[in-house]
Design a protein around this ligand. Sequence first.
Ligand SMILES: CC(=O)SCCNC(=O)CCNC(=O)[C@H](O)C(C)(C)COP(=O)(O)OP(=O)(O)OC[C@H]1O[C@@H](n2cnc3c(N)ncnc32)[C@H](O)[C@@H]1OP(=O)(O)O
Ligand SMILES: CC(=O)C(=O)O
Length: 536
Amino acid sequence: MEFHVYDTTLRDGAQQEGLNLSVADKLAIARHLDGLGVGFIEGGWPGANPKDTEFFRRAVDELDLKHARLAAFGSTRRAGVKAADDPQVAALRDSGAGVVTLVAKSHDRHVELALRTTLAENLAMIRDTVSHLREEGQQVFLDAEHFFDGYRANRDYALEVLRTAYEAGAEVVALCDTNGGMLPTWVADVVHDVREHTQGAVGIHCHNDTGCAVANSLAAVDAGAMHVQGCINGYGERTGNADLVSVVANLQLKLGREVLPTGLLGEATRVAHAVAEVTNVPPAGRQPYVGASAFAHKAGLHASAIKVDPDLYQHMDPAGVGNDMRLLVSDMAGRASIELKGRELGYDLSDDRDLVTRVTDRVKALEEQGYTFEAADASFELLLIEEVEGARPSYFDVESWRVISEARGGGSEAASTTEAIVKIHADGVRHVETGEGNGPVNALDQALRAAITRAFPVVADFDLIDFKVRIFDQGHGTDAKTRVLIETSDGSTSWTTVGVGANVIEASWEALVDGLTFGLRRHVSEPTPSEAVVAE
Ligand SMILES: CC(=O)SCCNC(=O)CCNC(=O)[C@H](O)C(C)(C)COP(=O)(O)OP(=O)(O)OC[C@H]1O[C@@H](n2cnc3c(N)ncnc32)[C@H](O)[C@@H]1OP(=O)(O)O
Ligand SMILES: CC(=O)C(=O)O
């Protein structure tokens, strides 16, 4: 049998706390999964809720899958009814999916306590449901729920469940570590035993409660499993399911098993992030292979070796999974980090040792004051430009700014307003603008952008999309130093700038001015000559 990569993001992944997918979300994710080349997409449980039923109705018409087959998930028939008469089995049969994955109990205690039926009736439920769906022309897989725990409690019965499913026509039985409590050697031993004492293809479905879901899946494959289930980004109930990208990347890149169509593993980072956009769950930076930090290097010593050969500090070429190497600039940087970061930004600094040293020293000194450049690439680039070109880019000169916050009344009746006045010079003209906002930074942002837009209309397209304040000398109370990070967008890209000060408004102002300056540098060719920046 050909190896199966089976994705259950739309079913088991959707069981994650906080994840709630609409039918449109599910269709969008299915298209992304197909773009990665998975063999099977489990779309949900038709009949369990209107959304999943609707998903299958639309998927059959709207999804033009190139690589994947659609699988419908659901349980075996209820005790005491015929499979053909069970409405849940009917929903699976009528879902339009070519594949049905049945969940069945394989742990004797679950049969008796959860199903409240006999061990023999559970076997009959499996036999009848598999045969019925096979007779209806569907390909049937069986998820043997709680298999590893069931095997420990009653090996003979757990194996009997598998034999019953195979004999009735199940093409694969996936052994489920439903409670996620297994370790790799335990999984391998059980899979070996199952293969020795049953006849049929073995699959694996692991949860991550011991942090071993990926390792357990690989151990099962090493022991002979030919079908591996998992979820994009490791989504799933509790601590999640095996991260399918990690499993597949390990199989292909480390173990030499081509389990995806040629070339598609290079889509992994794009797909993982695109799915995260749809789920609205922020992607984990430290996720193996596809995380933004998976190939990010901070330590100066790492950068100095990477300058010679990236392989010295990377386990693989990030391009293999569609990711990129990134250099982080911080107080842990050395000259090599600055040189490589410069190269990443398009500046060749290799011939100017003094400049690189100056930048390194400035970064370390500023980080000591509280600045952080690894999170504020745009502020670093402005600093670098200042050293490379001899002056910081400047498109406007600030004459003064002022913020007034006023509160009227007290308690729950209190109403507050904030107004800012900004005076700047740009293109030889003095601009005075006011802005109102729900707080001082919002009001300043409004006023500053209104003033600059008069000289540079492109600024109207800029948006402040994120604002983070952090107090970093805790214990000083209200006179503590603050760091402000501001993310600005021009609609297609975004950049982050940093400001630091004892006064949160001054720190915000610094980050705001840098944010707009950086945006103008991208969109406007020639800066006007710089003059002194004065804050009132
Ligand atoms: C390990 C897993 O993650 S498996 C996937 C689990 N996913 C879900 O549960 C999400 C979708 N589930 C649902 O929407 C609902 O639970 C439904 C529609 C399936 C069932 O809802 P209800 O009919 O209200 O039953 P309820 O959820 O309270 O209990 C589950 C029933 O299924 C039975 N059942 C559980 N597993 C199986 C099985 N493998 N085969 C047959 N019946 C089963 C239980 O015995 C219980 O029966 P009971 O109603 O006679 O007590
Ligand atoms: C079927 C399934 O999701 C499990 O046993 O974990």
